[in-house]
Each structure stands twice: as C-alpha cells, then as structure tokens.
Design a protein around this ligand. Structure first.
Ligand SMILES: C[S@@+](CC[C@H](N)C(=O)[O-])C[C@H]1O[C@@H](n2cnc3c(N)ncnc32)[C@H](O)[C@@H]1O
Length: 243
C-alpha cells in the first residue's frame, strides 16, 4: 500500500524566490527560474539539438517542483521546427503542490509571456494528489508528461520495468547537503539502468558526493560554468556500455 502524499506548502522568501521549509532550500536560483532551466537543463543536455535526429525523445527528471524545467522544455520543443515528433517528459515528485498553488507560483515566477498558456494548461490538467503514475497529454498527444508521485528511490527502481528509457536526465533535487535522499548511490544506480546508451545528464550542483556517485554508477561528467553566480555545474553522459 502506498503512503499518502504530503503536499508542499507554497512559501516565498523575501526576495520572491519559492522556498521549501521542509528542506530549507529554494526551488530555483534567485537569478531566474526559466533562465536557470534553459542554461542548466536544456543547454546542459545539448537541447534542442539532440532531439532533432529523433522521432521520439524522453526526458527524465528527479524533482518536478513547480514544473519550470518541464515548461521551458515544452516551449523549446514547440518552437523548434526540427523537433522530435514526440516528446515524453517523466518526472518524479514526492511533495507536489496543489493545482491552485501551482498557479500562484507560476504567476509569481514565470517571466516569459509565451510560457503562460503552457503553465495554464499544466495547472488545468493537474492530477489528484495520489501516489503513482499520472499521464498527462498535451499538443494533441505529441507531448506527454508522466508525473510520478512518490519517493524517488522507490519509484525510480520501477521505472525501467515500465519501459522508460531516458535520452536526457535532469537532476534537480534540492541541494545534496539538504536533500541527501535525492542523490544516493541507489538513485544513480537506477538512473544508469533507465538511461539509454547515449543518454546525457545535467545538474546545477558540482558536489563531491554527486561526482562520486555518478562515477561509480557508470556516468562520465564534466564541470562547466554554472548559472546565477554558481562557478560550476555538471554535465555528462553514460559510458558507452552498460554494466
Ligand atoms: C529544486 S526542486 C525542483 C524544481 C523543479 N525541477 C522545477 O522545475 O520547478 C526539488 C524537488 O524535489 C522534490 N523532492 C525532494 N525529495 C524528494 C524525494 N525523495 N523523492 C521525490 N522528490 C523529492 C521536492 O519536493 C522538490 O519539489
């Protein structure tokens, strides 16, 4: 039997950045949610270029939060004349917001008019907050969002059996020191099973334990310039052969 979900309260810091009291951390850089999504997660995974040679492309994310990375990815895919025909976005979230809080958060943080209708469509399709997989379809079914509500450790270990094979991975738990259960060797071992042979990943952190877990689970990484005053972030890919 699944544990009931505990939703996240919507709290803002004085500077307007959404904040999690549970993890004592912010949801995105104070320098901009969409700009961070584009720099760290899209550019970090070589998108949009990497989906151009594909008919179908799958993004896997740890930590859906307010869906900013999802919305930035959807907008980039929509705007790209050479996009993959179908985009599948799979994201895991243990403490989802209510639909109303999602709308309030989006109104406060999204600074791009083109994203507003997408955010509205997401909030309108928001599922009941029950544990398990919720499949939402947008753009006449060309884009699917599989929202996996529950703990990342449990859920990730089942995703490979569900036939999910990731082309790009967004690692977006809260900071490793504040949210260690999103960055364990077990999480990376599951990610390695779900990643396709040529899968890439990106994350805003360059913490030592993340680098170690990546190395030990078969990923190679590179440090590149981070976003919003962060000196470094990590991008990389799977080694050629699965273990
Ligand atoms: C930095 S926020 C994600 C921001 C998000 N990617 C966005 O674009 O808005 C980190 C998220 O990880 C979630 N989280 C923390 N621990 C988790 C766990 N063990 N399993 C699943 N999700 C978790 C938090 O509830 C939070 O929503």
């Amino acid at each position: 039997m699944d544990e009931p979900l505990i939703s996240a309260p919507l709290v803002f810091r004085d500077d307007g950045t959404p904040y999690s009291p549970r993890h004592d951390d912010i949801y995105h850089s104070a320098a901009g949610a969409l700009a961070q999504a584009r720099h760290v997660f899209l550019n970090g995974n070589g998108l949009p270029e990497r989906w151009r040679s594909r008919t179908r492309f799958t993004v896997l994310e740890t930590g859906f939060g307010m869906g900013v990375n999802f919305l930035a990815t959807w907008a980039a895919w929509r705007d790209d004349a050479h996009r993959a025909r179908t985009l599948e976005f799979v994201s895991i979230e243990k403490h989802p917001f209510s639909a109303q809080d999602l709308r309030t958060a989006h109104a406060a943080i999204l600074d791009d008019d083109a994203i507003v209708p997408l955010a509205d469509a997401l909030a309108s399709a928001w599922p009941p907050l029950e544990p398990g997989m919720h499949r939402l379809a947008f753009d006449a079914g060309a884009l699917t969002l599989t929202l996996v509500l529950g703990d990342a450790t449990d859920r990730l270990s089942h995703l490979a059996e569900e036939g999910i094979a990731a082309d790009a991975i967004y690692l977006d738990g809260f900071a490793p020191a504040r949210n260690p259960d999103m960055w364990t060797p077990g999480i990376f071992a599951s990610l390695a099973r779900i990643a396709r042979d040529d899968a890439t990943f990106a994350t805003y952190t360059s913490a030592g334990n993340v680098k170690r877990a990546l190395r030990e689970s078969g990923f190679e990484y590179r440090k590149v310039r981070g976003f919003g005053g962060k000196r470094a972030m990590l991008i990389g890919k799977r080694h050629d052969c699965k273990r």
